[in-house]
Design a protein around this ligand. Structure first.
Ligand code: NDP
Length: 445
């Protein structure tokens, strides 16, 4: 079946899954050339098999809130593809979670994990439960109820979940505790665990740091120094805060951050004390970014994203999918933005991506730029298997090496005749080829 026929069929089969279809279309539109060079792929109907998840678990999660009321949420795990390693991908807790979003994330994860050079397949899971406004006890009871159902489908060599939006160290700890009790074994079934029970140094920092390392590789192709560059970041969670931390360390200026209620703009760049404040605000007090604007008297845009307001050289969207649209892209370009490196998964809409590619700026899609998180998760799995802990320097050096290798793969498959590096094409083709070869070798299963 041709790629375009696969998309048409998926649209008929899954008409209510727009994010999933968007992700599939984006990948298939860039791999068509290499796909056509391999007629055996078509004979094996490889594309369709690669687009449809191996299996999806859907379940009810019932738990009791602090007032004694019984609450019901939906739980999911999408095991997308394990051709090159056990299913691997985060768990998202957010009110917007549905099957379309998790299927797009699991699909993307398959290509991202392939790019990391490590042996990990793709998966993703989550729930429409939102930890925001819940007490610690409520979050714990929910995590335990969620895992009571999921535990039988995961394992260190089967499927290894981790964090994502709404799932940080606290949630992973509660889920891992319950998993361990149900499975009656202590294995590396989750990554992002606490350091005292098998977690890896640098895992919390890895996605943000990795994105900055990827950015440095891109800037190097143009001989540009990061120092004093103005960077607009969206989000103020795990990925955003560690991206900001590394940028400050390197002398760049972080001019904006945001949450789902609005964004702040600090034209001169936030300082270390202000970043520490944001970290505490978000992780300890679980407050809103608006409180930063009140504390430091800076501009705050209620209900708005940074892109139309923050004048910047570089944009690093690090909140959620489809958070940067065509108008935002045009505003960024008009303000002189010359690089976009995605911390979030699929934050730019297809229209925005088109703008960036037409303008031929440095544009790195999330599956390449944010692969540092899952890469260090892979390193956590390796440490757990060996029952060893590596030093922060060792893990950070490996992370830098992996990001450089991902960048290299993108340039191999994405460099065009005029020298422009199409990172979208490069990442998709490199990620696809490894999985495709493995699937061909393993037969039709
Ligand atoms: P967190 O939950 O730690 O932070 C998410 C941030 O994004 C918060 O500031 C949140 O605001 C904001 N946000 C969430 N949803 C929306 C929305 N609908 N509109 C506007 N803002 C929103 O998540 P992470 O930092 O872990 O994840 C951020 C992105 O990075 C996601 O796309 C995730 O898939 C991706 N990613 C994460 C990895 C990881 O290792 N954690 C690895 C690779 C990718 P609020 O506080 O108001 O909810």
């Amino acid at each position: 079946m041709k790629a375009v026929e696969v998309i048409d069929k998926l649209k008929c089969r899954f008409p209510n899954e727009p994010e999933y279809i968007q992700a599939v279309e984006e990948v298939l539109s860039t791999i068509e050339d290499v796909y056509n060079e391999h007629p055996e792929f078509e004979r094996y109907n490889l594309i369709e098999r690669l687009c449809i998840p191996d299996r999806v678990f859907t379940f009810r999660v019932s738990w009791v809130d602090d007032k004694g009321n019984v609450q019901n949420n939906m739980g999911y795990r999408v095991q997308h593809n394990n051709a090159i390693g056990p299913y691997k991908g985060g768990i998202r807790f957010h009110s917007s979670v549905n099957l379309s979003i998790l299927k797009f994330l699991a699909f993307e994860q398959t290509f991202k994990n392939s790019l990391t050079t490590l042996a990990m397949g793709g998966g993703k899971g989550g729930s429409d439960f939102s930890p925001r406004g819940k007490s610690d006890m409520e979050v714990m009871r929910f995590c335990q109820a969620f895992i009571t159902e999921l535990w039988r489908h995961i394992g260190p060599d089967t499927d290894v979940p981790a964090g994502d939006i709404g799932v940080g160290g606290r949630e992973v700890g509660y889920m891992y505790g319950m998993y361990k009790k149900m499975a009656r074994e202590f294995t590396g079934t989750f990554t992002g665990k606490g350091l005292d029970f098998g977690g890896s140094l640098v895992r919390p920092e890895a996605t943000g740091y990795g994105n900055v390392y990827f950015l440095l590789n891109m800037l190097a192709t143009k001989g540009i120094d990061i120092k004093d560059k103005k960077v607009a970041i969206s989000g103020s969670g795990n990925v955003a805060t560690y991206t900001a931390k590394k940028l400050l360390e390197l002398g760049a200026k972080v001019v904006s951050m945001s949450d789902s209620n609005g964004s702040i703009y600090v034209p001169e760049g936030i300082n270390q004390e202000q970043l520490d404040y944001i970290f505490k605000l978000k992780n300890i007090y679980r407050g809103r970014i608006k409180e930063f604007a009140e504390e430091y008297d800076c501009q705050y845009f209620e209900g708005e994203r940074p892109w139309q307001h923050a004048v910047c050289d570089i944009a690093m969207p690090s909140a959620t999918q489809n958070e940067l649209d065509g108008d935002d892209a045009r505003a960024l370009l008009a303000n002189g933005c010359f690089a976009v490196s995605e911390g979030a998964n699929m934050p730019s809409t297809p229209e925005a991506i088109k703008e960036f590619l037409t303008a031929k700026i440095l544009y790195a899609p999330g599956k390449a730029a944010n692969a540092g998180g899952v890469s260090v998760s892979g390193l956590e799995m390796a440490q757990n298997s060996q029952k060893l802990n590596w030093s922060a320097e060792e893990v950070d050096a490996k992370l830098k090496g992996i990001m450089a290798e991902i960048h290299k793969q993108c340039t191999i498959y994405g460099t065009e005749e005029d020298g422009f590096i199409n990172y979208v094409k490069g990442a998709n083709v490199a990620g696809f080829m490894k999985v495709a070869r493995a699937m061909m070798a393993q037969g039709i299963i």
